[in-house]
Design a protein around this ligand. Structure first.
Ligand SMILES: Nc1nc2c(ncn2[C@@H]2O[C@H](COP(=O)(O)OP(=O)(O)OP(=O)(O)O)[C@@H](O)[C@H]2O)c(=O)[nH]1
Ligand SMILES: [Mg+2]
Length: 363
């Protein structure tokens, strides 16, 4: 027989009793998080692994903070969450503005939750700091997913650098996985460097394309087509259907020109209509085929390890750069050395060497 008193006492200490039960999904109201008193790393961790969305959001806010003490606390939580073994799939979704990313994520996310999955939607959008917006700000296109208790949508936080934003998203992935989200969708815009960053943090990279070819191929960088595991031609509906079918033929040809992937996976071209919700199941089936192949041949695990090594190097590179440019001696002497350079008194190489010497002496 259960001891009711003990149960009650135990439960009252659980992190998931901290917040209202209703806040288990959707887009969190920031004020709830801000009003919360500072909670310990252990308390937040315990709440996360119990799937408490409010505490998950609070931990993500710490991850995104620029304050040292927040970062240190976040790091403690993320490290503990990392030990929490989960089986998840991380899917990157990219495409030019207007291709239908938000509409697709709404339809795909709803489909996945109906199958019993828990879906987290994150974004890498380094430009959001400048635009004061976010690629996930258009909540209206994700209305159902936003209110779905099996889904969690985290709008992008503004960040000063792509490296910083990408690092935050990677740590957020770990937190979401520990919180029980088994499918992570990471959205990014099809312009700039952010696709490379997202590609390096997901298992499967999906490029959404518009019907038609030729002109539309110009809208996206060639390199992105090359790193994609699938091209999904969205808006394959109504009058656009013939153009979508033509695009499929052309993209299939393009994909066959690329060298084989390390994963042994041959990228696929599919048609879908996020608006009419057709072709969505086929996308999921394809991703499962990919998972089967790459888990059997060992690529899946190997890739996650090499992604971690990639980020180790990226982070060291970025930290070194910041340390150099923030070094007081470098800052102080920069104008003098730059002046000597413009007067042709020294070469660029010599100027750089002098600055490096100042940095090495004082760091
Ligand atoms: N016909 C048709 N229209 C679609 C489909 N998917 C999206 N759209 C429309 O395309 C427009 C852009 O869709 P979004 O989902 O906002 O596109 P997005 O890629 O998120 O755009 P950004 O957030 O600006 O990068 C909207 O008017 C959608 O209704 C589709 O499958 N078929
Ligand atoms: Mg959008």
């Amino acid at each position: 027989m259960k001891n009711k008193t003990t149960n009650k006492q135990d439960k009252s200490h659980h992190a998931d009793n901290y917040m209202p039960k209703s806040s288990t999904g959707g887009i969190l109201k920031n004020y709830i998080v801000k009003k919360s008193p500072a909670l310990s790393a252990d308390f937040l961790y315990e709440g996360i692994i119990r799937g408490n969305i409010t505490l998950l959001s609070q931990a993500i806010t710490l991850v995104e903070s620029n304050q040292k003490k927040h970062k240190a606390k976040a790091s403690k939580i993320v490290t503990r969450c990392l030990q929490h073994k989960t089986s998840s799939v991380r899917i990157g979704i990219t495409g030019v503005p207007g291709v239908g990313k938000s509409t697709f994520i709404e339809a795909f996310g709803m489909y996945l939750t109906e199958l019993g999955n828990k879906v987290a939607v994150l974004a890498v959008d380094p430009s959001s700091g400048v635009r004061k917006g976010s690629i996930l700000a258009d909540k209206t296109r994700m209305e159902h997913l936003g209110n779905n208790p099996r889904a969690y949508i985290r709008p992008t936080a503004a960040g000063s650098s792509l490296g910083g934003v990408a690092n935050n998203t990677r740590e957020t992935i770990t937190l979401c996985e520990a919180a029980g989200f088994n499918i992570i969708l990471v959205e990014t815009v099809g312009v700039g460097q952010s696709e490379t960053a997202v590609h390096a943090m997901v298992d499967f990279f999906l490029l959404l394309q518009l019907p038609g070819a030729g002109d539309e191929l110009q809208g996206i960088k060639r390199g992105i087509t090359e790193i994609a595991d699938a091209i999904v031609i969205n808006k394959a509906d109504g009058d656009l259907m013939p153009k979508a079918k033509l695009a499929k033929v052309i993209f299939n040809r393009v994909l066959h020109l690329y060298p084989p992937k390390q994963s042994d996976w041959q990228p696929k071209v599919l048609l879908c209509s996020a608006l009419e919700k057709s072709g969505i199941g086929a996308v999921w089936k394809m991703i499962n085929d990919f998972l089967k192949i790459t888990k059997e041949n060992g690529y899946f695990d190997k890739n996650r390890i090499s992604q971690n090594k990639y980020w180790l190097k990226e982070t060291v590179d970025e930290e070194l750069k910041t340390a150099f440019y923030e070094n007081p001696e470098v800052k102080k002497n920069w104008p003098v050395i730059a002046d000597a350079l413009s007067k042709n008194k020294i070469t660029s190489y010599e100027a750089a060497r002098q600055l490096m010497q100042l940095y090495e002496k004082k760091s």
